[in-house]
Design a protein around this ligand. Structure first.
Ligand SMILES: Nc1ncnc2c1ncn2[C@@H]1O[C@H](COP(=O)(O)OP(=O)(O)OP(=O)(O)O)[C@@H](O)[C@H]1O
Ligand SMILES: [Mg+2]
Length: 505
């Protein structure tokens, strides 16, 4: 076995899912040993499918796979892991109630060896070697998403992974965590680990990858050396047409107040106070962003506003009427809608596209206790068309849609109901460049039509691009509010970390 063998070689891979969807057609995919290889493509292009095949999780309909020059046919992920391939999903494979160490022991015992002290010693050695800081004795559920991800990577290294697959690893991270991950990946590359990196963020792809394979509709359209291409060229390869990056925001004069939050206090799931006296006003023709590191009370705040979560103290007023503690269905009916940051929360994955389209406004489709299915289908197909949800049939379970297409359905469902105020949490999470541009332009258009948007986002580019005003939240309190031009990205970063700078209010 020579050192020049590619780490991964997939040849002629075709995948037809049981429902007839052709996700990959005759794909050749080669990754050199020790490189960071980017896998790019629009939502639904087949990236995750290709990697799940590599990981032995699903079988290709046709095609062959070589790992370091050896033909393999994995019987399942455990088999892939044994041979040095490890895939990190957005949904981590850690048991939340266990400590990191317990998770590592669990993983290594399934591989036939588990001595507590050995596992600990080995974990500490790896942590030292690559400068990875993961508290081994902390319970996973108490760690931030960024640290959980590190724990997952530690788990991969414990199993002696030689090929690490990361499926959109940065979409759940804060800007600071993204920097740390990039550094970590560079170190792993220096150690000779081969990395396959799926992302929609072209800037990240440019920064960290050595080569890039671009997929479009299940085919490879291009394999390039990263240094030879610009972000614009990459975008064009992915979509097959020119796309513009600059979204222009016209100046708009805010109108009447639509939503007012007054001294709101809200508890989190563990009963701790997560929102501590938040007040703000949102006006028509305005986008107000709540900016912060995930987990600083944003979710509790918006859930309390729309009635999903109890209010401890304070008031929510919508169009002059108090809606504090009103049931969500009533809130939605009045024209205040909510796009949650998690598709697993907003959608029922085993239900089909039509079911999910009417989920948040069932009453509207009920007559005499029966669901008006033909109307439901009409509404659903309108959403699918208007928001370009890539799906073969309205009867397809939502679980079978690619991540980005699930997101389009989720956003489309709420926007199509013609609301007055849209609360959008991470609305472009997991979306490809074209869809991101589309959703951002859509939010601006809604604003220009006189609606109001409360944007909850950890994506600073997005916040600067869209906001008329922004409010920085830290540990449940608003640290500062202002217009985008009042802040530099650095100041915003400090405020998000709880460091007050002067004269911002
Ligand atoms: N289990 C499944 N059953 C049927 N079809 C599926 C299944 N999983 C994925 N698909 C379909 O296969 C195609 C490729 O999906 P895949 O998830 O690989 O895309 P992706 O490139 O990862 O997209 P995204 O960027 O949105 O994550 C899509 O049309 C999707 O709807
Ligand atoms: Mg995917």
């Amino acid at each position: 076995m020579g050192g020049s063998q590619p780490a991964v070689e997939m040849r002629g891979i075709t995948k037809v899912y049981p429902d007839g969807v052709v996700a990959l057609r005759d794909v050749d995919f080669t990754v050199r040993k020790g490189e960071v290889h980017g896998l790019l493509g629009e939502n639904g292009a087949g990236k995750t499918t290709l990697m799940r095949i590599l990981y032995g999780e699903i079988e290709p309909s046709r095609g062959e796979i070589w790992i370091f020059g050896r033909r393999v046919k994995f019987r399942g992920p455990w088999d892939a892991i044994r041979q040095g391939v490890y895939m990190v999903y957005q949904q981590f494979s850690l048991v939340p109630a266990f400590t990191v160490l317990e998770n590592l022991i669990l993983a290594s015992s399934s591989m036939g060896r588990a001595k507590l002290q050995d596992v600990r010693r080995k974990a500490e050695k790896i942590e030292r070697e690559i400068g990875l800081e993961v508290p081994l004795n902390a319970r996973v559920e108490e760690l931030s998403v960024g640290v959980q991800q590190k724990a997952e990577i530690l788990k991969a290294l414990m199993s002696e992974a030689k090929i690490l697959v990361l499926d959109e690893p940065t979409s759940v991270l804060t800007p600071i965590e993204v920097r740390e991950l990039m550094k970590l990946l560079s170190r792993l590359r220096e150690m000779g680990i081969t990395i396959i990196f799926i992302t929609h963020k072209l800037r990240e792809a440019k920064e960290i990858t050595d080569r890039i394979t671009v997929l479009r509709r299940g085919r490879v359209v291009k394999v390039v050396e990263t240094r030879d291409v610009s972000q614009e060229e990459l975008a064009k390869m992915m979509v097959g047409r020119e796309i513009t990056f600059d979204i222009t925001k016209k100046a708009a004069k805010a109108g009447a107040p639509l939503l007012a939050v007054k001294d709101l206090w809200v508890r989190d799931d563990r009963g701790l106070m997560a929102v501590k006296g938040v007040s703000f006003e949102l006006r028509a023709r305005e986008i107000l962003s709540i900016v912060g590191v995930a987990g600083n009370g944003q979710r509790e705040l918006v859930e309390a506003i729309v009635g999903i979560r109890p209010v401890e103290k304070g008031e929510v007023v919508f169009s002059g009427e108090s809606i504090t503690q009103m049931p969500p269905s009533e809130v939605y009916r009045r024209g205040l809608v909510y796009i949650p940051d998690s598709r697993a929360v907003g959608l029922i994955l085993d239900f089909n596209v039509t079911d999910n389209s009417i989920l948040t406004r069932l009453k509207q489709f009920l007559s005499g206790g029966r669901i008006l299915w033909s109307e439901a289908r009409r509404y659903s197909s309108r959403i699918v068309k208007e928001f370009n949800v890539l799906v073969d049939s309205l009867r397809t379970p939502v679980r079978h849609l690619s991540g980005g297409n699930q997101q389009r359905l989720l956003v489309g469902r709420e926007v199509a109901s013609n609301p007055k105020v849209i609360i959008a949490a991470e609305p472009t999470h997991g979306l490809d460049v074209a869809a991101t541009e589309y959703i951002r332009s859509l939010l601006l258009k809604l604003r220009d039509e006189g609606k109001a948007v409360l944007l909850v986002s950890t994506d600073l580019d997005e916040v600067f691009q869209l906001s008329d005003r922004m409010a920085v939240i830290y540990e449940g309190q608003i640290m500062a509010t202002g217009r985008p031009e009042d802040f530099t990205a650095e100041e915003l970063g400090l405020l998000m970390g709880g460091v007050k700078c002067e004269a911002k209010s």
